[in-house]
Design a protein around this ligand. Structure first.
Ligand code: EPU
Length: 434
């Protein structure tokens, strides 16, 4: 087990390259099993969630091969699903990440049946999957929950009109996966519009699916009887890019963020500009020049294209440096607040009131021992470490590795002093007993 150490106070300068999107990758990999022949996905991030899904595919008999190519293609995964079998996945790897729930839609679509354990992933408060289930049932599946696993069975999947009561990324993708091979027409109303959903629909379309309206709140799918293999290049990770943009605003001089789709980050860039950060945008790059004194702003997280909940935690850290009082309200995950106690340990002045975090600055953070309890909390604490006086020790590195490829190396390349150390047995014991 490792911990990350950050010696704060260094200014960030230079260029950082962004990887393929985690939240696309974790849906593209299950989507690939719907094909009858090999699918190659280019530009996958080298993160533990992708490794876990690769292992899951092998468990169910798919042939998985990895390759490494020069940018822009990066890591590639070729999935040959021809020898796949329909088998239950009640435990094991499915419990390690949230996105294993995409095997529900994908296996249901492929075999008309699936048994998948309830997913794990970051604890952000309750994360129900009732809308996924509503969609599967509308398509003709019988769905039961037996001892922590979801059983899905259908004689035949038939297209349906499905109105989502909650705008959900996961439900929108999962229903698409189950519907692309269903008989007839499916209409998903009040669908989510995140770029990762468009990426998954692009892959499915390249595989031969007939999907219209992705990126709007009504998606129309005409079922086809078979899907074929193809090559697909994943979109860049807007949340990784946003994390580095926030780090650059917090502790940067001039930072270039390369391999981004700037339109995916408009809500964040608007808020950074409001704070006084200068941002030049070109086709695939952000050029960020920060100021010593930043103005505070308020943030409300919303579904895309609103401010993403996944950047709320890193943004909280940035606000500790801004002049005045800023309010952050997460309307997607109101309990996504576990980073706050850790930031307080580092000297941040943050009050939680009625589900909002009220941050008063500017405060000079101080290095401390802190724990990343989820992926984006980890990113928030690394940024805090960069800003703080002294050394910050961050445990819970396994959460960070689920979503950020080579985060310490990338920060070192930008001039930060960040490194990893093995934890002592005593430290591991302390964490386990905490
Ligand atoms: N919701 C329901 N019922 C459902 C599904 C969702 O009530 O059946 C609620 C959730 O509780 C939440 C809201 O709807 O309040 C939105 O949830 P959504 O389904 O959109 O989230 P998700 O698909 O589980 C994905 C990302 C998250 C990201 C959210 C919101 C993946 C694997 N995860 O989760 O990413 O926060 O969308 O954009 O794509 C992360 O990357 O750190 C992360 C947590």
């Amino acid at each position: 087990m490792q911990k990350i150490l950050v010696e704060g106070g260094r200014t960030l300068n230079g260029k950082v390259r962004i990887n393929g999107a985690k939240n696309s990758a974790v849906a593209l990999i299950p989507a690939a099993i719907l094909a009858d022949s090999s699918v190659t996905i280019e530009g996958l991030p080298n993160i533990s969630d992708v490794d876990t899904l690769g292992g899951l595919l092998e468990e169910i008999g798919a042939k998985v091969s990895w390759g490494e190519e020069e940018p822009p293609f990066g890591n590639t995964m070729t999935i040959d699903p021809a020898s796949m079998v329909s088998m239950p996945l009640p435990n094991g790897r499915v419990k390690k990440l949230r996105a294993s729930y995409y095997f529900m839609g994908a296996m249901l679509g492929k075999f008309n049946q699936a048994v998948i354990g309830l997913p794990g992933g970051c604890y952000l408060g309750p994360r129900p999957i009732d809308q996924h289930i509503k969609g599967f049932e509308a398509l003709g599946a019988e769905v039961t929950n037996e001892q922590g696993a979801i059983y899905l069975r259908a004689k035949e999947l038939r297209g349906a009109r499905i109105y989502l009561d909650v705008v959900s990324v996961g439900a929108t993708i999962n229903i698409m996966l189950a519907a692309v091979k269903a008989k007839g027409k499916t209409i998903i109303e009040n669908a989510a519009k995140e770029p990762e959903i468009i990426d998954v629909a692009t892959l499915l379309t390249n595989m031969g699916a007939k999907i219209k309206g992705v990126g709007t709140d009504v998606i129309r799918i005409e079922g086809v009887s078979a899907l074929h293999g193809c090559r697909h290049t994943i979109i860049p990770d807007r949340i990784e890019a946003g994390t580095y943009a926030i780090a650059a605003a917090a502790q940067g001089n001039e930072v270039i963020i390369d391999n981004v789709i700037p339109q995916h980050l408009e809500s964040l860039l608007a808020k950074l500009r409001e704070m006084g950060v200068t941002i030049d945008v070109s086709d695939e790059q952000l050029h960020i020049v920060s100021k010593k004194q930043l103005k505070c702003v308020d943030i409300k997280t919303l579904v895309y294209p609103g401010f993403p909940t996944d950047l709320q935690q890193p943004f909280t850290t940035l606000l500790t440096k801004a002049e005045g009082t800023g309010v952050i309200t997460d309307t997607i995950y109101s309990a996504r607040l576990k980073h706050i106690d850790e930031l307080r340990r580092m000297g941040a002045k943050i009050k939680v009131q009625g589900g909002s975090a009220i941050i008063t600055g500017p405060i000079k953070l101080e290095g401390a021992r802190v724990k990343a309890s989820d992926l984006r909390a980890g990113a928030a604490l690394i940024i805090a470490g960069l800003m703080a006086e002294g050394i910050t020790e961050i445990t819970g590195v396994e959460h960070i590795e689920r979503g950020y490829e080579k985060i310490t190396e990338k920060l070192v390349q930008l001039g930060a002093n960040v490194w990893r150390e093995e934890m002592t047995e005593q430290e591991i014991e302390q964490i386990q007993n905490a």
